[in-house]
Design a protein. Structure first.
Length: 121
C-alpha cells in the first residue's frame, strides 16, 4: 500500500477521547494537534512508518500506555519524560539508539529490536 502522511489535524478536537488506535495505517507522521487530546490514556501508533513524534505528545499528561513499536523512529521527544503516569512504553523494532536525557522508565519499557547504546543515568 501507499504510505499515508498522517492522521487529520482535526483529531485535536477530540478532547474527551481516552483511547486511540491508529495501528497498521502506514502513517508517516503524527499531527502535533494530537497533543490536545488531553484525556487520552492509551495510544496505539504501532506498525506504521512514523519517523518522528511531535513534542506536543508531552501535553497528554494522563497518558498511561504508548505503543510505538514497528516504526522508523530514531529518537523520542524529551517531552515524553514529563508523562508522569506513563506505565508502558513500547519502542520495539525502531531505529532508536538512545533515550532522552531526562527519561526515566518508571513503568515498563519494551525496547527489543532497538540498538540503544546510551541510557540516561
Amino acid at each position: 500500500g501507499t504510505p499515508t502522511p498522517g492522521a487529520p489535524a482535526t483529531i485535536g478536537g477530540l478532547v474527551n477521547l481516552e483511547q486511540l488506535y491508529l495501528s497498521n495505517n502506514m502513517l508517516t507522521s503524527v499531527p502535533a494537534e494530537l497533543g490536545q487530546c488531553v484525556s487520552l490514556e492509551t495510544l496505539w501508533l504501532n506498525n506504521n512508518q512514523i519517523t518522528s513524534l511531535p513534542t506536543e505528545l508531552g501535553n497528554i499528561v494522563g497518558l498511561e500506555t504508548l505503543h510505538l513499536e514497528h516504526n522508523q523512529l530514531t529518537t523520542l521527544p524529551v517531552e515524553l519524560a514529563e508523562l508522569a503516569f506513563l506505565e508502558q512504553l513500547d519502542i520495539c523494532n525502531n531505529n532508536i539508539t538512545e533515550l532522552p536525557a531526562d527519561f526515566e522508565a518508571g513503568g515498563k519499557l519494551e525496547a527489543q529490536g532497538c540498538s540503544i547504546v546510551r541510557v540516561p543515568a
